[in-house]
Ligand binder design. Structure first.
Ligand SMILES: NC(=O)c1ccc[n+]([C@@H]2O[C@H](COP(=O)([O-])OP(=O)(O)OC[C@H]3O[C@@H](n4cnc5c(N)ncnc54)[C@H](OP(=O)(O)O)[C@@H]3O)[C@@H](O)[C@H]2O)c1
Length: 315
């Protein structure tokens, strides 16, 4: 089958490899579309210790073509959205059956864009920070894949005010379409917030931004750390200071959750997909690429040049 491999020279190459067969608890999927996400930039830039060459790609949509032991054979032929640990940039990918959701009425292009970002956004709002009606929410990288979804889930949960932080005026205008009351430019953070405090802050940035975020929490506020866009320097928090404010520093790691409690992640993914199917939440795909363009697509994401979600057409 055709697959895109990432080699030790950091180049993506379309090549022929053997088609994989599903093991116990797995399904094989003929990939229609694959989602592109920040994890692809991390893999390419060497932040995950994956031996090269290998086939990257974390999110796929398509039809199930075969099932492994313990998986209902009636699933063959089902259109699905799947969360994978690698391999989605190929004609066929293997995925855990539990993290392979029936796409139902959701178009396959959207189902690939759904990826890890939608369950992550759902969990950040519902199971991690537990946004309540009336809460104010600050969302960093608000014009991105997770950010645009998190803003919509926060609104659905009843947030009274949603503010985003974005990298440019064009992104501020774009992010406004996802229910933001206001967008602040990254270069104006935090001064541009004019001292506003937030009940919930979603922070994929880290570093100095995370330190600032801790100071922006309202009493009983919850900060969810879920990424390190700005780098990996440790961020130390004074728990006594947090205690005086009744504030909480929380973290979220969907990759770990998929290995320790896959059913929990699958349940959040099902709920998120239901919201997409109902039209309550929109996965906004603004760029689609062909396999030969994957390197350019990942670089665009790395440079902050993307809006919403990008996908790759595999077949
Ligand atoms: N923990 C989890 O389970 C989990 C799951 C999924 C994703 N994530 C994390 O969620 C984040 C977003 O992922 P995504 O795939 O949806 O990507 P994305 O938000 O579509 O793209 C990343 C965006 O981050 C902003 N950015 C880039 N470098 C930055 C920096 N140094 N400081 C501040 N902002 C920066 C840019 O937006 P602007 O130009 O608007 O600033 C860029 O467009 C990533 O950190 C990813 O690792 C975590």
């Amino acid at each position: 089958m055709k697959a895109i491999i990432l080699d030790s020279d950091n180049d993506y190459r379309l090549t022929d490899i053997d088609e994989p067969a599903p093991g116990p608890g797995e399904v094989a999927i003929k990939v229609a579309w694959a989602g592109i996400q920040w994890g692809d930039t991390m893999v390419r830039d060497g932040h995950f210790p994956v031996p090269r060459p290998f086939v990257p790609g974390f999110e796929a949509s398509g039809h199930i073509t075969a099932v492994g032991a313990g998986v209902d054979p009636a699933r063959v032929g089902e259109p699905v959205a799947a969360l994978t640990t690698s391999g989605a940039f190929a004609e066929t990918v293997l995925a855990p059956a539990v993290l392979t959701l029936p796409a139902g009425t959701v178009p396959l292009r959207t189902a690939a864009g759904f990826g890890w970002g939608a369950p992550t956004a759902y969990d950040l709002v519902h199971t991690v920070t537990r946004v309540r009606p009336g809460d104010s929410v600050l969302i960093h990288a608000a014009a991105g894949g997770v950010g645009t979804l998190a803003a919509q889930f926060a609104r659905l949960a009843g947030a009274a005010r949603v503010v985003g932080v974005v990298g440019s005026a064009a992104k501020a205008a774009y992010a406004a379409g996802f229910g933001l009351d206001r967008a602040v430019l990254r270069e104006e953070f935090p001064a541009g917030l004019d001292g506003e405090r937030f009940d919930v802050i979603l922070d994929p940035v880290g570093g100095r931004t995370r330190q600032e975020n801790l100071r922006l929490l309202a009493p009983h506020g919850r900060l969810a750390a879920y990424g390190n866009l700005a780098g990996y320097e440790p961020v130390l928090a004074d728990t006594n200071e947090l205690l005086m404010q009744g504030a909480s520093l929380l973290t979220y790691n969907s990759n770990l959750l998929s290995r320790t409690h896959p059913e929990r992640l699958a349940e959040s993914a099902r709920r998120a997909l239901e919201s997409v199917a109902q039209g309550e939440v929109r996965v906004d795909i603004t760029a689609q690429y062909e396999p030969a363009e994957l390197g350019r697509a990942v670089q665009q994401l790395r440079e902050g040049a993307t809006f919403g979600k990008s996908v790759l057409r595999m077949s």
